[in-house]
Design a protein around this ligand. Structure first.
Ligand code: CO
Length: 170
């Protein structure tokens, strides 16, 4: 895989709707993929980017919810447990530019995942950090922000979505 060639793909690319496969090989290629994903995430000023968004259907995402270098995190084969509380907040997606909608999600939870070295780790978080976990884990299951939108919001962004659909066919 030539990671330099990877780009962020956009709705309605069918690769975004696929269920991604667990990572089993923790090799230098995987580290290079994660590094490239951080680059692309930063170029677009995002807080998270999932592998399917660069056309790679593996259960991996990168994130940084604070902008501080020490908060760069590679999250592999994530499992979310102990979900508690609810919080509504605005979300966007780098694969659906121009669309920002309020999404109701669980607030507090636990993340169990693996890092690039293949070591298991656990974290607990709420608010923005756990929102990124949920948004990016959705991507690994082929679920997009659009699937979390109400009918009213779909109508509100109808033109924008049609525009993206037109651009994809072209
Ligand atoms: Co997204």
């Amino acid at each position: 895989m030539d990671v330099a060639k990877l780009k962020i793909i956009q709705y309605p690319d069918p690769r975004l709707k696929k269920k991604s496969k667990p990572v089993v090989n923790f090799d230098p290629d995987l580290a290079a993929l994660a590094q490239r994903m951080f680059e692309l995430m930063r170029e677009e000023e995002g807080v998270g980017l999932a592998a399917p968004q660069v056309g790679v259907n593996l259960r991996l995402f990168v994130m940084n919810h604070t902008g501080q270098p020490e908060d760069d995190r590679v999250v592999i084969n994530p499992v979310l447990t102990a979900l508690d509380g609810e919080l509504e907040n605005e979300e966007g997606c780098l694969s659906i530019p121009g669309v920002r909608v309020n999404v109701l999600r669980a607030d507090q939870m636990k993340l169990e995942a693996v890092n690039l070295a293949g070591e298991t780790f656990e974290r607990e978080a709420n608010d923005l950090e756990s929102r990124v976990w949920q948004h990016e884990t959705d991507h690994l299951d082929g679920i997009l922000l659009i699937d979390r939108m109400s009918f009213t919001e779909k109508m509100r962004f109808r033109k924008k979505l049609k525009e993206l659909e037109g651009k994809f066919k072209a």
